[in-house]
Design a protein around this ligand. Structure first.
Ligand code: UD1
Length: 383
């Protein structure tokens, strides 16, 4: 009998973290891998396009929860996933990142109780508790800003998880400080880099920027979707004024997240941006197309977590419109700068005037993280 492992995918930034692990696990004769999609993201260009690009099959289980308030969304995933846990009874649940589905599935798995018959099934891994082992991939990241819903999700998930797979030494330290025991913490590196390397040929062969009519290194990429940046109309107005200003010097390519688009339209800002010929407003791009834009751009202006890491790996200057980051290694070793509306324009100007940019890749951001995760799973389930 094989060890049954659930991989939980929910929202756009999860798919790049799940894909390399899925591809590595299905090669293992001892593992039965099931892909669970909670449905937190559901638009074709926020979900299906990523599955296709990353070679993921249709999910084995789809919870179809959709959008809602934080409590509604988290609760809907918990209710739906609890049923699945009872029926499917996996040996391990792997959650990734910090979205609402991450904490929801963790909570459901932490409280489910398998019956004695299931626990005694011959050939099944011996579980340390009468529930699945919970493993968190990308554990230990902290922004120390509890106004961010993701920080709440990270803290609560890490308290409950049995295995904490971390991307960097700062994450190990955060977990130790919070009382996690050494046996739980395993530094595996950054799984996003596995996806990037897995897809490098396709990313390089893609010519999305050519289709848009911009030239390599002659445009900046913008991604903004955090509530702190886009939910307040005044702030959004100031960000749009910044983009108009920057577009006088360099063209801007801006794939617009659904949350951002809705808010831009409500504030009457979408059409104004669209009238500017130096600003290319796009639908959210799939993984290969988006990375093709990042590979070839002069800089990225963002509030995304994953993009801070991808730009560090590639040596692309990154301006993060946030007061803090849960990924400080991208600032201390990488190309990331935390910015605000007062200083970002001068910093962009400085990069536009510079001829070189640095590239220092953090330890274990090497495209082999999935293999280290598989080894860790094997050690825990097959010992
Ligand atoms: C979520 C994550 C965030 C992550 C981001 C990446 C949480 C708390 N937030 O934020 O950490 O960085 O995903 O995209 O889990 N919508 C659509 N189509 C979709 C999905 C969403 O139109 O496929 C719209 C809906 O109006 C929805 C809004 O976008 O209400 C926000 O979606 P939601 O999943 O709640 O949060 P994100 O802002 O996407």
């Amino acid at each position: 009998m094989k060890a049954k492992i659930h991989l939980i995918a929910a929202a756009r930034p999860n798919f790049m973290k799940i894909a390399p692990l899925y591809h590595a696990l299905i090669e293992e004769p001892w593992a039965q891998t099931e892909l669970v999609h909670t449905g937190q993201h559901y638009d074709a260009n926020m979900s299906d396009a990523f599955f296709r690009d990353l070679g993921l099959p249709q999910p084995d289980i789809h919870l179809g929860v959709g959008s809602g308030t934080h409590a509604e969304q988290t609760a809907a995933v918990m209710v739906a996933y609890e049923k699945v846990l009872r029926e499917s009874q996996p040996d391990m649940v792997v959650v990734v990142g910090d979205v609402n589905s991450t904490i929801a599935c963790t909570l459901a798995a932490a409280k489910v109780t398998y019956d004695a018959k299931r626990l005694a099934e011959p050939g099944r891994p011996k579980l340390p508790m009468s529930r699945p082992v919970i493993a968190h991939l990308e554990a230990g990241l902290r922004s120390f800003d509890r106004t961010m819903p993701e920080e709440v999700n990270r803290l609560a998930t890490d308290v409950l998880a049995d295995l904490l797979w971390t991307p960097s030494p700062d994450a190990d330290e955060n977990l130790r400080r919070e009382g996690a025991t050494e046996d739980k913490i395993v530094r595996v590196g950054n799984i996003m880099i596995d996806s990037l390397e897995m897809m490098r040929k396709q990313i390089e062969a893609e010519a999305y920027f050519v289709e848009l009519g911009v030239k390599p290194k002659h445009y900046g990429v913008v991604t903004l979707h955090r509530p702190s940046n886009v939910d307040n109309a005044e702030n959004l107005r100031a960000l749009c004024a910044l983009l108009q200003d920057v577009s006088n010097k360099i063209e801007i390519v801006f794939p617009v997240h659904p949350r951002t688009r809705k808010n831009l339209e409500q504030a009457g800002l979408y059409d104004t941006l669209r009238e500017n010929r130096a600003i290319h407003l796009l639908e959210p791009a799939n993984y290969v197309r988006f990375m093709n834009l990042v590979f070839n751009c002069r800089f990225v202006l963002t509030d995304s977590g994953g993009v801070q890491e991808e730009t560090t790996y590639l040596g692309v200057p990154c301006f993060t419109m946030r007061a803090n980051t849960e990924r400080p290694i991208t600032v201390s070793q990488g190309t990331n700068q935390l910015c605000n509306l007062d200083n970002v324009k001068a910093r962009i100007d400085a990069v536009l005037g510079a001829t070189t940019s640095k590239r220092q890749v953090p330890d274990l951001w090497d495209g082999k993280t999935a293999l280290r995760v598989v080894a860790s799973i094997k050690e825990h389930l097959c010992a």
